[in-house]
Design a protein around this ligand. Structure first.
Ligand code: SF4
Ligand code: SF4
Length: 256
């Protein structure tokens, strides 16, 4: 779910409050990035409990940061229209989710006893994604060996199929709402929700916006991912299936 800024929306000021939230979030992620256990995770599946509380603290501050940014939007005359149960934006395959986020999604699904059901759904999406890839491999048959397929083209094609995210549950709710990915949190609409439906006649006039995570926080997340050394694929279903089958092998994460 990589979204770009809509040029019809105003630039939001980087005021003192925004900077304070960014520093507070970055400090929490920095503390996580210094943990030696990250480098051993692949072999031990162990992480310190303090990491869990630091991550949830980071998410709390991020929530406040997004509230502040949406208030800025309102002051500039744009009213976010997103609401519970609205889910046209969940009918695609999110991508670009960090390894740390995948760890918490995996752990939450296990804790909530939703893992088996959701894993099957991830596998189904994965099969469809592979079919789309196979189509482009055919088209790109003439390209030099070893050249990677363009992920954006594959994910855009997948998006046209309007397949709900595997974690979308009854009532159009997110099955892992408390740990939903940053790409899902940062995405808003300032136009009528119905316009987010690709079948709506005004879909291409929809005013959508991604309020990106401050750069310093993104850098910290990248640092944590590098320390974990798991090299997960970009697409959500592929990353989740790879993590479950090749990294954890369906075992629980141990919080010590
Ligand atoms: S982005 Fe669009 S589809 Fe998603 S919650 Fe907001 S209004 Fe609804
Ligand atoms: S993870 Fe949750 S919020 Fe994100 S696309 Fe899936 S159902 Fe929607």
């Amino acid at each position: 779910m990589k979204k770009t800024r809509d040029s019809r929306l105003p630039d939001l000021p980087e005021d003192t409050t925004s900077k304070e939230f960014a520093s507070a979030m970055s400090r929490k992620l920095f503390e996580i990035s210094c943990m030696a256990e990250l480098g051993r995770f692949r072999s031990t599946l162990e992480l310190p409990k303090i990491l869990k509380s630091l991550y949830h603290k980071f998410l709390q501050i991020y929530h406040q940061y997004l509230k502040h940014k949406t208030n800025q939007l309102k002051k500039l005359g744009r009213q976010p229209t997103c609401s519970t149960g609205c889910s046209f934006c969940c009918q695609l395959m999110p991508s670009g989710i960090s390894t740390l986020e995948i760890i918490f999604i995996y752990d939450t699904l296990r804790e909530e006893k939703l893992f088996s059901r959701m894993y099957r759904r991830f596998l189904e999406r994965q099969e469809i994604l592979e079919q789309v890839r196979a189509k482009y491999r055919g088209i790109e048959a003439g390209v030099p060996r070893g050249k990677k397929l363009n992920t954006d083209i594959v994910l855009t094609d997948y998006k046209q199929k309007r397949i709900p995210c595997p974690l979308l549950i009854e009532g159009n709710a997110c099955g892992i709402y408390s740990v939903r990915p940053i790409v899902c949190r940062e995405y808003f609409s300032c136009s009528p929700p119905a316009w987010c439906d690709p079948a709506h006649p005004h879909h291409f006039q929809a005013l959508t916006i991604a309020l990106p995570l401050p750069l310093e926080c993104q850098d910290m997340l990248d640092k944590i991912d590098a320390a974990l050394e798991l090299s997960l694929p970009d697409a959500f279903s592929e990353a989740f299936v790879f993590f479950s089958t090749n990294i954890t092998r369906f075992r629980p994460i141990k919080w010590t």
